[in-house]
Design a protein around this ligand. Structure first.
Ligand code: ATP
Ligand code: MG
Length: 399
């Protein structure tokens, strides 16, 4: 049997009024974005439900793409039928019959959103279940833990039957939470941090500090490729590429070795804050995790935070590395992240970085530098690239 629509359910959160509208609009947009270039389908919404009308497209191919849309709690391949009870019984049976493997137990759950419908939902449940039991002697009813639930929704806009429910990604639709600027390195953590922020509904831009020729063109390309991976969930990601060589060189010449990383991070934050202001991002995000490396202690975070006032979000702060790696595999960034192209931090890693830096000392050491001029110059020379969802070849082939 061919399915007619995919029924999409989304968090029945405490969303009311304007918020709900905004949430639904953003979700419709995300769903359209992932399907548009591949299928001729129609997306519409109606009172807390969303439908993808398939018009002959393959339900499973469409659902594969819905699995990457944040804000969807679950979805079901569904047939749309005439509302008369005989048709509902017949079609429900047909649907159960084609399930592979065949369920051993089932229950019918019907919802009568259209209160004008003459039969009450309990009665619909009973009639449909009886019809299925008569036709399929091997199957029985289990109200508590059925192998399969046959869903019948009787709504004003149509009557829908489905018996398969697939988990969505959860989270919030991209775009409802405002914009965040992600500090994206070539490592494992920051792409995961970006993905987690996308999950909470932000629009993502990324900033990368590049130290050519200490770091190679390939290292920058790797960052583009990582940003490209994130477009799978977030749509276009604008990447701000900051030339960082002059600043790193100045720090290395003028500041004590054990404070190199701390001071370098403070510059990254200052520059990121300026770029965030220019692009209207409300917060920065990093891939830091407490205690993971020397520069990720509370003292270090404090010393780094001190130079800016924009919030820094650290979605991985309480996560173990193994769990971060797990996510990076799931989102397919791991293999890229472990490619051995040096990033600017590995090139400048001092032997004994301070683990508990003092803000007072960082300020003192920075007196040897013209901080404002260095920051302004780097911001002025920052280049913006649009990383789009287009297949990667189109970006990579340019280099
Ligand atoms: P990652 O795996 O994300 O590189 P990490 O474990 O290597 O993180 P650090 O090198 O200490 O940790 O970096 C901490 C965070 O600082 C990164 O997660 C990232 O958000 C940011 N960061 C580091 N280097 C850069 C860079 N060159 N450009 C942009 N952001 C950076
Ligand atoms: Mg790193």
């Amino acid at each position: 049997m061919n399915y007619d629509v995919i029924l999409i359910r989304y968090g029945e959160l405490a969303l009311k009024g304007k918020n709900r509208d905004q949430f639904e609009e953003a979700l419709v947009k995300s769903v359209r974005n992932v399907l548009r270039s591949f299928f001729k389908v129609k997306v519409r919404r109606n009172y807390g439900r969303m439908y993808v009308e398939l018009h002959g497209e393959d339900a499973y191919a469409v659902m594969e793409r819905l699995k990457r849309v944040f804000g969807i709690s679950s979805f079901s391949p569904t047939i749309q039928v005439d509302p008369d009870i005989e048709t509902i019984k017949e079609k429900a049976l047909e649907l159960v019959r084609q399930m592979d493997p065949q369920p051993r137990t089932f229950r019918v759950v019907s919802r009568r959103a259209d209160k004008r419908y003459p039969i009450q939902s309990m009665e619909v449940n009973r009639m449909v279940a009886t019809h299925i039991l008569r036709a399929l002697p091997a199957i029985s009813v289990d109200l508590h833990e059925p192998d399969m639930i046959v869903n019948v929704e009787i709504r004003t806009e149509g009557t829908y039957i489905s018996c398969e429910t697939i988990q969505g990604l959860g989270g919030l639709p991209v775009g409802v939470s405002g914009k965040v600027l992600l500090l994206l390195s070539g490592g494992i953590d920051s792409p995961v941090a970006g993905w987690m922020m996308l999950k909470r509904g932000v629009t993502l831009e990324a900033i990368h500090f590049h130290s050519y020729p200490f770091t190679s063109e390939r290292a920058l390309q790797k960052v583009r490729d990582l940003a490209h991976k994130l477009t799978k969930w977030g749509g276009t990601v604008r990447l701000h590429v900051v030339p960082f060589t002059e600043i790193q060189t100045a720090i290395r010449e003028k500041c004590p070795e054990d404070y190199l990383i701390t001071i370098m991070r403070r510059f990254m934050m200052r520059i990121s804050e300026r770029v965030a202001e220019n692009t209207n991002a409300k917060a920065l995000a990093t891939g830091e995790s407490l205690g993971q490396v020397a520069s990720q202690t509370l003292e270090s975070m404090d010393t780094i935070n001190k130079v800016i006032s924009i919030p820094i979000l650290r979605p991985l702060v309480a996560m173990d590395k193994v769990d971060i790696v797990d996510i990076s595999r799931q989102i397919d960034t791991y293999e890229l992240s472990i490619l051995p192209y040096e990033d600017c931090c590995t090139v400048f890693t001092p032997k004994n970085p301070v683990t508990r830096p003092k803000p007072r000392l960082a300020v003192k050491f920075e007196e040897a530098l013209d901080v404002e001029a260095l920051v302004e110059d780097a911001v002025a020379r920052t280049e913006i690239e649009e990383i789009t969802t287009k297949p990667k070849e189109t970006t990579t082939d340019l280099f």
